[in-house]
Ligand binder design. Structure first.
Ligand SMILES: Cc1cc2nc3c(=O)[nH]c(=O)nc-3n(C[C@H](O)[C@H](O)[C@H](O)COP(=O)(O)OP(=O)(O)OC[C@H]3O[C@@H](n4cnc5c(N)ncnc54)[C@H](O)[C@@H]3O)c2cc1C
Length: 311
């Protein structure tokens, strides 16, 4: 059976089970902060746990590739898009509840809104997340962090769907967080998490937020679309420093440019394609390896087929 035929059948099944939600060939560029990326064959916004289960079941039944999209702030999607099912969590995954020093939130809640909830309730421990633009679900999956702290440090437990449709809840120790990694099972979908914070004062929290915000504004470019750090920092070094030392600051391919302010940020200077970013990443990584012997590992998730972009 051709992939097109399977996608059409999956589309029919999803339209029947979750009416009025499905879009075909939805262009993903506007849903990523790099503002690049082609169409998703099937796109759905999933508002309830029951709908999520249906989507995961259909993906499994039809053996289709699938992608959960948060706010698209750590992702590089091919210009050819994604031949499969892309879904985003909506309504029911956007709730936040505060109890004593704990915040329980759905996976679609943004870190920005969690930082504000923590401030409002005088809870410390989340100020490192000021200025990280994604969702809680993605932040847990990749253990997003800054200023020497990360989401994994404050996770009490996480509820997620496994690939084989088991809804599980696991505590911090089971999840084995590392630098930009978590021990969640492969392709697990985070639906909710509880964060354990500490009682603090609004003044202290505000002051930490302002310090962290200022550090970002000083060190990172914000005027053009970007996806934060493109590469992970290797042990005991910084990807930005290595990229700069390899002479790549300001380098461009098409509309993609290595920032002159922070070399690990690549910007869309207007009209960039996903291939521009992909080729720039490859070129920069090759130059860093030649100059330092260090192989940089992408931090952004690289999604889709790139054979068209090969040089
Ligand atoms: C200006 C800027 C600054 C940034 N600064 C930082 C920083 O300081 N520290 C840092 O760590 N990151 C930073 N980032 C990167 C990014 O914001 C984080 O990695 C963020 O956690 C990604 O969230 P998202 O919702 O946008 O995820 P997306 O980009 O949509 O997805 C990222 C990955 O998470 C997966 N995913 C999404 N939702 C779920 C879910 N519910 N369950 C399981 N997997 C899921 C996706 O499939 C994908 O593989 C920055 C980005 C920008 C644009």
């Amino acid at each position: 059976m051709s992939n097109d035929y399977i996608i059409k059948k999956a589309q029919e099944r999803l339209t029947k089970l979750i009416p009025g939600k499905l879009a075909t060939d939805k262009v993903l560029a506007k849903m990523t902060t790099l503002r690049v990326g082609g169409p998703a064959s099937i796109f759905l916004s999933v508002d309830t746990l029951a709908e999520l289960r249906v989507v995961l079941q259909v993906v499994r039944d039809f053996e289709l590739p699938s992608l959960i999209l948060g706010r698209g702030s750590n992702i590089l999607v091919s210009d050819n898009g994604f031949r499969g099912v892309v879904f985003q969590l909506g309504q029911d995954f956007n709730q936040t509840a505060v109890k004593k020093n704990e915040i329980t939130a759905g996976a679609a809640v943004t870190l920005t809104s969690l930082v504000q909830s923590a401030l409002k309730n005088s809870l410390g421990g989340l100020t490192f997340a000021v200025g990280i633009p994604g969702t809680l679900g993605a932040a847990i999956a990749i253990n997003a962090g800054a200023h020497g702290a990360a989401v994994g440090d404050i996770v009490r437990n996480v509820t997620y769907y496994t690939e084989d449709l088991q809804l599980q809840r696991q505590g911090h120790d089971y999840l084995d967080f590392g630098y930009r990694t978590s021990g969640l099972p492969k392709n697990a979908i985070v639906v909710e998490a509880t964060l354990a914070l500490s009682l603090s004062s609004a003044e202290i929290i505000k002051s930490q937020m302002e310090t962290n915000w200022r550090r970002r504004k000083t060190n990172q470019p914000s005027e053009l679309p970007n996806a934060g750090s493109m590469f992970k920092n290797p042990a005991d070094d910084a990807a930005g420093r290595l990229i700069e030392a390899a002479g790549c600051k300001g380098q461009t391919i098409g509309g993609a440019q290595v920032s002159g302010k922070h070399a690990n940020f690549f910007m869309n200077t207007g009209g960039a394609t996903a291939a521009d970013f992909y080729l720039l990443m490859q070129d920069v990584a090759a130059k860093v390896e030649a100059a330092s012997g260090i192989k940089l590992e992408p931090e952004v998730k690289i999604i889709g087929d790139w054979s068209y972009a090969a040089r």
